[in-house]
Design a protein around this ligand. Structure first.
Ligand code: TDX
Length: 326
């Protein structure tokens, strides 16, 4: 939202968000007064309200990032994930289809999917990568719900002709990352002198991408991507969880790792082959992990009150449920 509001003053950007536990309007304080920005509080599952918003603003493009996104939560509460990620996506697709009503010129429904739809790769085959042709093969209720959404988007293209694009990105990190995910959780725990809970043996591999590099990919795909196509987004930046946590410990000069029970169904390795977006759209990540992680740590040091407010509230109860007897 920040990138599009500031880079494209001629676009009217409508931010639609339910403001669940992870939503926070303070994240957009710097642009909330912008003339080309509006906020609508809305549950994407509420089809009538979504339709009304489409009509009110005569929406001609959708970047669909609304989702329940945390794998651990999906293991505890799969229904919420199916509802928001599957039914919510369907509701947005149907509103686009009904409002655009066959007049597809200048319209686009862009769905932000995830590399998790491909399942995982074995640790002993570093030669293997996810391409756009890798079969969908999911592990968690989260990834199953995102894969269902992905398939519904493709179905609306094939069956009804809705112009769509899809991108599947690897793990993001950077400022404003909700402190339930690995990197912000570890930074916050170090700063609060709490142990650093590494799941299982810590050898699981993730392919980390700085959030602004993902935003630049979204910008390129929405403007230059081919309709009906899927684009993988990732920066060839694989790290084990232990490596990431040790980097954070080294940067902050303290921190104590505690190995805890593994995540159920824990995916071993994600690794994206981004050849297609590079060749077709010229995208390459600009932020090296070593720089991005330093910038991120500095942001959490400079914005302590942002994440302390989150941790002191409802999130704390969640933390007890997740890690209390682990
Ligand atoms: O406390 C922790 N300890 C730990 O070892 C947490 C929160 C995580 N982990 C491990 C699990 C994963 O191997 O770190 C790795 C990263 O975990 P998450 O931050 O929960 O991300 P992941 O499960 O990889 O999924 C993320 O990337 C793909 C996002 O949450 C998804 O929304 C996205 O689709």
């Amino acid at each position: 939202v920040r990138l599009f509001v500031t880079k494209y003053p001629d676009y009217r950007i409508v931010n639609l968000d339910k403001l669940t536990y992870a939503g926070n309007l303070a994240n957009l304080k710097d642009i909330e007064q912008a003339e080309n920005y509006s906020f609508e509080r809305c549950d994407i599952c509420d089809y009538e309200q979504v339709l009304a918003i489409f009509r009110k603003y005569r929406i001609d493009g959708v970047i669909h990032l609304a989702a329940e996104s945390h794998v651990d939560r999906s293991i505890k509460d799969p229904f919420t994930f199916a509802r928001t990620n599957v039914m919510g996506t369907l509701s947005l697709l149907q509103a686009a289809r009904v409002c655009w009503n066959g007049d597809w010129a200048g319209k686009l429904f862009y769905h932000i999917s995830t590399d998790e739809v491909y399942g995982d790769l074995p640790l002993d085959r570093p030669d293997l990568f996810f391409t756009e042709e890798t079969p969908i093969h999911t592990s968690s209720p989260y990834s199953a719900s995102k894969a269902s959404a992905d398939l519904l988007v493709q179905a609306y293209h094939r069956t009804f002709g809705v112009p769509v694009t899809i991108s599947r990105c690897s793990n993001n990190y950077g400022p404003y990352h909700f402190p339930e995910k690995l990197i912000p959780l570890m930074i916050a725990n170090v700063l609060n002198d709490k142990p650093l809970p590494v799941y299982g043996d810590g050898k699981n591999v993730r392919d980390w991408l700085y959030v602004e590099d993902h935003c630049r990919a979204i910008d390129l795909i929405i403007h230059n991507g081919r309709v009906g196509e899927v684009y993988n987004v990732g920066g060839h930046n694989e790290k084990t969880n232990l490596e990431v946590v040790q980097l954070i410990i080294a940067a902050l000069g303290k921190g104590e790792i505690k190995f805890v029970r593994d995540r159920a169904g824990h995916d071993r390795r994600y690794a994206i082959d981004p050849t297609k977006i590079h060749n077709e759209l010229g995208w390459l990540p600009q932020t090296k992990f070593e720089d991005g992680i330093q910038k991120t740590i500095q942001w959490y040091l400079d914005n302590k009150s942002w994440w302390e407010n989150i941790i002191s509230g409802e999130y704390q109860k969640y933390y007890e449920r997740m890690y209390g007897n682990r």
